[in-house]
Ligand binder design. Structure first.
Ligand code: ADP
Length: 397
């Protein structure tokens, strides 16, 4: 069985064709700059790379190019679209409308449109991607897999904000959490690696990338997560502030004469590591600048590490302990100094990492950096969100 996974961003479309017997990637690629000048497809298959610079005014042209590449005489991997058995689409926001992976139907697409406002940059792009695939492959079963899906097991006391309850009922204002496919994948991989059932473990998963979130997974179920109603909340990120007192944001807005939309753009795009350091949102640049003595770059890293550490402590408290901490995504998998800073002075949890193993280069495999006397396992696990989307699509069908 072959599943095509589609991840539509506002101006991009990433895809993977996955063989579900082996769970191996047959082909993958990216369409960039959709709707802007200079659009480009990069397609990788059979150890070769095809780059096509061609206008893609909308996601429809992008999907057509992707299907063309997949069936291409030289770079293709299937002889016709008939060989694709199903399509899994990543969708960011679900509201409370979709609490699990959902089959694409006309009714589901109407319901998706109704919650568009919850992720105005992401959900409309996903809907366009779904419709473009439906136009090209009307007979294929398709699923929508939500970033929020894994977090619906959170108890009410973890997902509710202390606001007027009427507004929860009226507008569904609550914590949803994001990066769910990643938290699910790495927590399950951790159990597998440790030779345990997910039900037997308390895991804290740290997905640290350009966007970052931390989750508490107790017995295989998410019980809390750091992102909130939107992906702006939680630990500081590349350009997002993370948790901030709303009063502080309102004060800046008043002084600068900003409306709400401008203030949100500021919190999403101009804050975080980039805003604090004035150097970059990229951890490689920050570490280089900090090593050269840049105080603000070091400060940004310190603020990030400290906030991650606080979430780990909070989630150990929420679960009455922790058996395993997992690091994943760009920063979690590659940045040893971040892992070290988060894990140091955690003797109260019985947690200790092996400093030498922590420094070893990323080899794309699971790495165990648990210290000799540590009661808590510490693992680095490469995430695979596309595989979760493909698995969920197959499970649904
Ligand atoms: P996104 O949230 O966009 O998926 P990633 O998970 O790719 O982000 O993480 C991007 C971050 O990972 C950047 O800040 C980058 O500096 C950091 N990083 C550190 N080392 C590496 C590396 N060797 N390769 C890729 N990213 C790295």
């Amino acid at each position: 069985m072959k599943v095509l996974v589609i991840n539509s961003g506002s101006s991009s479309l990433k895809y993977q064709l996955i063989d579900m017997e082996t769970e191996g990637v047959i082909a993958k690629g990216l369409c960039e700059r959709i709707g802007i000048e200079g659009s480009k497809l990069t397609h990788k298959a059979k150890g070769k790379e095809l780059v096509k610079e061609q206008a893609m005014p909308t996601h429809n042209e992008a999907v057509a190019l992707v299907l063309g590449a997949l069936t291409d005489g030289e770079y293709g991997v299937i002889s016709s679209m008939d060989e694709i058995d199903a399509v899994g689409h990543r969708v960011v926001a679900s509201g409370e409308t979709f609490k699990k992976t959902t089959l694409v139907t006309p009714e589901a697409m109407v319901a998706l449109k109704e919650i568009e406002d919850m992720a105005p940059l992401h959900n409309p792009a996903a809907a366009i991607g779904v419709n473009a695939c439906l136009a090209a492959m009307p007979d294929k079963p398709m699923a929508m897999v939500f970033d929020t899906g894994f977090h619906f097991t959170m108890p009410e006391h973890a997902y509710m904000y202390a606001i007027d309850y009427d507004h929860y009922e009226k507008y569904k204002i609550r914590r949803y959490g994001y990066h769910g496919t990643s938290h699910k994948f790495v927590s399950q991989e951790a159990a597998k690696y440790l030779g345990k059932k997910p039900e037997e473990l308390k895991v804290i998963t740290c997905h640290l990338g350009n966007g970052s979130s931390i989750s508490a997974v107790n017995g295989g179920k998410c019980v809390d997560t750091s992102m909130g109603f939107t992906p702006l909340a939680g630990v500081p990120m590349g350009t997002r502030s993370g948790d901030i007192d709303f009063g502080a944001a309102e004060y800046v807005a008043k002084k600068e004469g900003w409306d709400i939309a401008t203030t949100l753009t500021y919190l999403n795009k101009k804050c975080g590591m980039a805003g604090l350091s004035g150097v970059s949102s990229d951890f490689r640049d920050l570490i280089k600048a900090a090593d050269e003595g840049n105080h603000r770059a070091q400060l940004a890293l310190d603020v990030f590490n400290y906030n991650c550490k606080k979430y780990v402590g909070a989630y150990a408290a929420a679960m009455n302990g922790v058996d395993c901490i997992v690091f994943t995504a760009g920063v979690g998998e590659n940045t040893s100094s971040v892992r070290q800073a988060i894990c140091e002075n955690m003797q109260y949890l019985g947690l200790e990492i092996d400093l030498e193993k922590n420094l070893e280069k990323n080899n794309g495999a699971i790495r165990d950096i648990t210290g000799k006397n540590s009661k808590v396992k510490v693992l680095i696990i490469p995430t695979n969100e596309e595989l979760v989307i493909a698995r969920e699509t197959v499970e649904l069908l």
